[in-house]
Design a binder for this molecule. Structure first.
Ligand code: C2E
Ligand code: CA
Ligand code: CA
Ligand code: CA
Length: 275
């Protein structure tokens, strides 16, 4: 028994050490990776459920590592949120996104709204509004086309400061979208206090087998209420035809999910846009 415990301890020990090494490696490499263009923006289309048409997209970052290949954000975003590097990375993603929007307008005269993720570190940054304005000005993109996704968990604390910053940004025409809607506890009160343009229903709602009927009732009422308030509802993580049909019946007409499209490199997204 003693032996097997020791083997186990050694196993966990080596596992933790491996994770620590990974973290250290990523921290050593991140700055250069940004300069070398290893971070790439993928786009996942938002579709009109009934027509299938692309009506927007979300920018999702990937790390195209020269040795390790394509790394998904769940591997590095939490680390970058801890060490503060997310602030630089997000700004890079916003810049790349506006650059692409400019390109699509020049190429096909198409204005496609794109949403970007804004991490919690950013939202208390007093420079946030001017940073955003600089980027949209640089590429001559209408502010209305850049949608800012905030996860509802950031509304737990300091909300009055937050509302002030958001109002300042909204007065410049930028739109806010509430990400992972329904996963926190503050959802409804946020809608009362902040002029949000869009909510994104988290895929947990559709993939929870146990409380299917309860979930459905809740989703249905969220959709009804949002429609009445003039808030756009996007269903995220829609993986089946059945779910997309159910959503449509409940009054939700926009979906982002694997059933319609996966996140893809800009080149592929452009093929869909200009086919
Ligand atoms: P999120 O903002 O909730 O983004 C949606 C995630 O759901 C994406 O994962 C997307 O690939 C995934 N998804 C979309 N449709 C489906 C579906 O039908 N089924 C399933 N199973 N998944 C689906 P991704 O790209 O791996 O990103 C994960 C998270 O990383 C994002 O969640 C977001 O919180 C964060 N993230 C990604 N890019 C950025 C960024 O540039 N800045 C910041 N701050 N966070 C980012
Ligand atoms: Ca998002
Ligand atoms: Ca989400
Ligand atoms: Ca999520």
């Amino acid at each position: 028994i003693k032996d097997s415990i020791l083997t186990n301890v050694a196993f966990y020990d080596s596992k933790i050490r491996k994770q620590e090494n990974e973290v250290r490696e990523m921290e050593d490499e991140m700055e250069d990776a940004l300069l070398n263009g290893e971070f790439v923006v993928y786009l996942q289309p938002k579709h009109n459920i009934s027509t299938g048409a692309i009506i927007g997209a979300e920018s999702l970052v990937r790390w195209n590592h020269p040795q390790k290949g394509l790394i998904l954000p769940n591997k590095f975003i939490p680390l970058f949120e801890n060490n503060g590097f997310i602030v630089k990375l997000d700004e890079y993603v916003w810049d790349e996104t506006c650059k692409l929007m400019r390109k699509w307008m020049d190429k096909g005269g198409r204005e496609i709204p794109v949403s970007v993720n804004v991490s919690r570190m950013h939202i208390y940054d007093s420079e946030l509004c001017s940073k955003l304005l600089n980027i949209t000005k640089k590429y001559n993109v209408r502010n209305e086309l850049l949608e800012l996704e905030l996860t509802e968990s950031i509304f737990i604390e300091n909300t009055s400061v937050l509302f002030e910053i958001m109002n300042q940004i909204m007065n410049q025409g930028f739109r806010f979208s509430l990400d992972d809607f329904g996963t926190g506890y503050s959802s409804l009160s946020i809608l009362k206090d902040v002029p949000i343009s869009e909510i994104k229903l988290d895929r947990e709602f559709f993939n929870e087998p146990g409380s299917r009927t309860d979930s459905k009732i809740i989703i249905k009422h969220i959709i009804e209420m949002s429609n009445a308030l003039g808030i756009t509802v996007v269903a995220e993580g829609v993986e089946t035809k059945k779910i997309s049909e159910e959503l449509l019946e409940m009054g939700c007409s926009i979906a982002q999910g694997f059933y319609f499209s996966k996140p893809m490199p800009a080149k592929e997204f452009e093929k869909l846009l200009f086919h």
